[in-house]
Ligand binder design. Structure first.
Ligand code: URA
Length: 433
């Protein structure tokens, strides 16, 4: 099989068979297929799409590209969640400690930032010393001790996704249903969890911009998971507006801590609690409403915050920052973005907010880029808020002043101000079982 023929077949709208898909994944992981051919195939898939069968085969080939976790000796029900990616989306840092503090085991593999969206692994590294590259033995002992561990994708678990994820990030091939579904589900299936809750984001800051596309992505992933014997549920949640007020790694971790301390933003609290409740419910902890109560109590009692601190400690991080978030490293420079007119914020382009944060140093332009963990944006005004001309709508944080003008102009262009407040839409738009 020549890679050239596979690329041409997909470019011309053909359907790849299982052998071709497995050969591509095997060859790419072995280093026999270069990045430029893999990029060409990704772009062909982006434009031509894949049938359900092709998407399932791509997922299984990626899952089978490395080791699979066996956590059966940990006992109990293990649950995982995964977001399709958004701006200011720090729900894993909240929902997972909530679930773990309610007695459901969390052994989670997360990703780094992708495109304009942030990633949990980058965020956790804002805790000085925090290790996301635990060995299997360290991972298991962290899970046993704290009931929770969140690690990056180890080189040996779904290595095909790790490689393709980094390549898609820099080749404009992220927002494709088969590529997102196979990326997410391959690592979820390589990890040994019983239940998976998917947070499928929809809106201007999500890879899928409409509820229809997001629902299709949710159904594709739920079906793949069920075929592999997992208990699955997907929530379609709003990403037309960044979640919470913080965008950028250390800023987002501090905001997650504020939610776990019962004083975080209402939108972020609602979505995180809902995800936690659905995870608890899928894990058999009771009805959805009983699980909602359980999740709320885990925050009110301080149990979830304590669990986060235990996890940070077990993974080598400085857990003092959980109770003293003022110790997080601060950006060298800050800049206030002011409204150019008075009125209401009628809409924002959340993807551009993510891009502005990336321009400040919080994300990557190239695979090998280092990120600035303290860079990012704190939103002072969000969609629906009234603003006066000259009022601060956001504060930017970066290592160098010269990064501000480009980020400011992206942010201002992405913020629409008008005379009437916009209609609110719910944060949880649908549940796909
Ligand atoms: N999250 C992933 O893990 N993969 C994607 O492709 C998008 C979001």
């Amino acid at each position: 099989m020549r890679m050239y023929d596979v690329i041409r077949k997909k470019r011309d709208g053909g359907t790849l068979n299982k052998e071709e898909i497995y050969a591509f994944i095997r060859g790419y992981v072995a280093g026999e297929i270069p990045d430029y051919q893999a990029s060409a195939l990704l772009m062909a898939i982006y434009f031509r799409g894949m049938t359900d069968e092709e998407t399932a085969n791509l997922t299984f080939a990626m899952r089978d590209s490395g080791d699979k976790l066996d956590l059966s000796h940990l006992g109990g029900v293990r649950v995982d969640k995964h977001s399709t990616g958004g701006v200011g989306d720090k729900t894993s840092l909240i929902a997972m400690p909530v679930v773990a503090s309610c007695g459901v085991t969390v052994a989670k593999m997360s990703g780094r930032g992708l495109g304009h969206t942030g990633g949990t692994v980058d965020k956790l590294e804002a805790f000085p010393g925090f290790r996301t590259d635990l060995s299997s033995a360290e991972f298991e002992s962290a899970v046993k001790e704290a009931g929770i561990a969140i690690v990056g994708q180890s080189g040996t678990l779904a290595p095909a996704d790790k490689l393709l994820y980094a390549l898609r990030d820099v080749t404009a091939t992220v927002d494709s249903i088969p590529l997102i579904a196979s990326s997410i589900m391959s690592k979820k299936l390589a990890a040994d969890d019983h239940c998976i809750v998917l947070d499928v984001k929809t809106g201007s800051g999500a890879f899928m911009k409409t509820v229809e596309e997001s629902t299709l992505l949710a159904k594709t992933m739920v079906e793949i998971g069920k075929r592999a014997g997992k208990k699955m549920r997907a929530l379609i949640t709003d990403m037309d507006i960044p979640l919470g007020n913080a965008v950028g790694n250390a800023l987002e971790v501090q905001e997650a801590i504020s939610v776990l301390s019962s004083n975080g933003p209402a939108d972020l609290t609602e979505v995180s609690l809902s995800l936690a409740a659905h995870m608890l419910c899928l894990a058999g902890k009771g009805t959805l409403s009983a699980c909602e109560e359980m999740a709320k109590n885990a925050i009110a009692s301080g149990a979830a915050l304590k669990t986060l601190a235990q996890m940070v400690k077990m993974q080598g991080g400085d857990e003092r920052l959980v109770s003293q978030p003022q110790l997080f490293a601060k950006a060298q420079c800050s800049y206030a973005v002011c409204a150019r007119e008075s009125g209401y914020i009628t809409a924002v382009n959340a993807e551009s907010y993510g891009t502005a944060s990336l321009l400040l140093g919080a994300g990557r332009n190239k695979k090998e880029d280092a990120i600035d963990l303290s860079a990012g944006i704190m939103l002072c005004k969000k969609t629906g808020d009234s603003v006066k001309k000259g009022e601060v709508i956001a504060r930017l944080y970066a290592a160098r002043e010269e990064l501000f003008p480009a980020a400011e102009s992206v942010l201002l262009a992405a913020t629409k101000i008008g005379g009437e407040p916009p209609k609110k839409r719910p944060l949880i738009l649908a549940v796909v079982e």
